[in-house]
Design a protein around this ligand. Structure first.
Ligand code: SF4
Length: 492
């Protein structure tokens, strides 16, 4: 999962891209990059590095990247090692000078890689963004004699959508021309856009993975890029939008449950309100246990920060006090999106500190947004017990995650999921809780108010055929082993 943005308008677009990337930092903390197109010098400027946005860029860096259009990227690697060569935006020089910022995952990465190599294109990384960029450049070359640039572009992106299987959103910057924004035909990964009218009367456009970026930078008329749609905005004022490929829409439910900023809106659903409804649905799920006397909770404890909204509405609906018994150290990175179990475990114990006075002798309802690997949950339950909790019931506002995600969220194998092959008793025992309660799937649909969701990781039923995903997972493991043998950097 990554964050992407693209801006076309004022001369200092990199400054807006830099500010905007802070609103996407939670989507990837391993690396970030900005590329601008400088019309004066007819060249790209690119700055990228490993680490947080604040560690990579400063005012001097931004002032040395002039240009009216920019792409920005925050990276969480689901494909390719965490090294500088994989940091986006990626660039290539054929046929126009292209830069790509990409979010998601290609299920048929290996097939696309083979196709690209067959056409004589050399690849430098194991990054699916590079394969996508190479494929676009090949399609654009095939269209080299097309007279109309927009047609050539839309034919190329359409050809890509016809062969690329997966959940993805892309922003393509074309040297001297403009930015093309496109989203997978199933609409799995998010991409939004908005506009602003400049003092000159010209329009400025912004594309981003989240509506928060658009609101933060003062853009209006915020809309989703539709599934299978390409929107092209040009430096010459061109605006072109077209649905290139149409499939059944299946938006990732995890964006509302966990990933996106709570101040945003996705697919016309307010994320804060959706999480509030998830909490109310949890209250409905937990209430019978309280009524029967099986549970006698003293208070509700949210897991900061992503479990807080559901915990609050659940506590209100149950008439229980909400107690912040786990305090988060804000200077430790988000543990789910760290690469590697070891890093995650360390981050959890540093990240959350217990408030003993709110825990000792109490029966606690601990509310988290989801339980993925169970490492965070186990550590938190242990911490609460060490502080003298009488009982700990763990409540998840997401149903059990039983299957891998092959569309860009980093739980690629069933083995690493706590609910992958365990029943509720097995999960409860491993976590060390007194009880674990999950939100039922039907309640998730009702709380989000949508039926056209991707729930592949909850049901094993994906919106598209994912047979090639296992070949990709095997290949990835082989790569990992080879790198270990050669002592090269890998991501877990
Ligand atoms: S499988 Fe799960 S995490 Fe992946 S896109 Fe679908 S709903 Fe989202």
């Amino acid at each position: 999962m990554c964050g992407i943005l693209g801006i076309l308008g004022q001369s200092n677009s990199a400054a807006s891209a830099y500010r905007g990337l802070f609103t996407l930092q939670h989507r990837g903390q391993d690396a970030a990059g900005i590329v601008t197109w400088d019309e004066q010098e007819s060249r790209f400027h690119i700055k990228k590095g490993l680490g947080l946005v604040s560690q990579i860029f400063d005012e001097n860096v931004i002032n040395s990247t002039p240009g009216r259009m920019s792409l920005g990227h925050t990276r969480y690697p689901t494909s390719g090692a965490n090294q500088l060569s994989n940091v986006q935006p990626l660039m290539c020089s054929r046929p126009h000078g292209l830069a790509l910022a990409f979010n998601g995952n290609l299920v048929n990465y290996l097939d696309l890689r083979r196709r690209v190599r067959c056409k004589g294109q050399f690849l430098f990384t194991e990054n699916d963004a590079e394969v996508m960029l190479a494929q676009i450049s090949l399609f654009m070359e095939e269209e080299a004699f097309a007279f109309d640039f927009e047609k050539k572009l839309s034919h190329s992106i359409k050809s890509l959508m016809q062969i690329a299987k997966g959940g993805y959103a892309g922003l393509l910057q074309i040297a001297g021309k403009g930015i093309a924004a496109f989203r997978d035909p199933w609409g799995i990964r998010p991409l939004l856009w908005g506009e602003k009218t400049l003092a000159s009367g010209e329009k400025e456009y912004l594309f981003s993975s989240e509506s928060s970026t658009l609101k933060f930078l003062g853009f209006k008329n915020i809309k989703d890029v539709s599934p299978g749609e390409m929107i092209y905005v040009g430096l010459d004022g061109t605006f072109h939008s077209e649905i290139l490929v149409s499939r059944n829409h299946h938006f990732c439910m995890f964006e509302w449950v966990y990933f996106s900023n709570p101040d945003g809106i996705l697919e016309n659903v307010d994320i804060y309100q959706a999480r509030t409804r998830l909490g109310e649905a949890l209250a409905k799920t937990v209430a019978p246990y309280i009524k029967s006397g099986e549970l006698r909770p003293d208070c509700v404890v949210p897991v900061p920060d992503s479990g807080r909204i559901a915990a609050q509405s659940m506590a209100e609906a149950l008439g229980l006090p909400l107690r912040e018994a786990l305090i988060k150290n804000r200077y430790i990175q988000r543990s789910f999106i760290m690469d590697g179990q070891d890093k995650r475990e360390k981050a959890i114990s540093h990240k959350l500190r217990p408030v003993e006075g709110q825990i000792k002798g109490k029966n606690l309802l601990l509310v988290d947004d989801s339980i993925v690997r169970g490492s965070t949950s186990k550590r938190m339950v242990t911490m609460l017990r060490e502080c003298g909790a009488n009982s700990v019931t763990l409540v998840s506002s997401c149903p059990p995650i039983t299957h891998p995600c092959t569309f860009g969220i980093d739980f690629p194998t069933k083995d690493e999921l706590i609910a992958g092959d365990r029943d509720n008793d097995g999960i409860t025992k491993l976590i060390g809780a007194d009880k674990v309660i999950y939100l039922p799937l039907i309640e998730l649909y009702m709380a989000l108010g949508k039926t056209n969701l991707c729930t592949g990781c909850l049901t094993g039923k994906y919106p598209l055929n994912c047979d090639e995903a296992s070949e990709f997972a095997e290949w990835r493991n082989e790569q990992k082993e080879q790198k270990l043998e050669n002592n090269m950097p890998i991501r877990e």
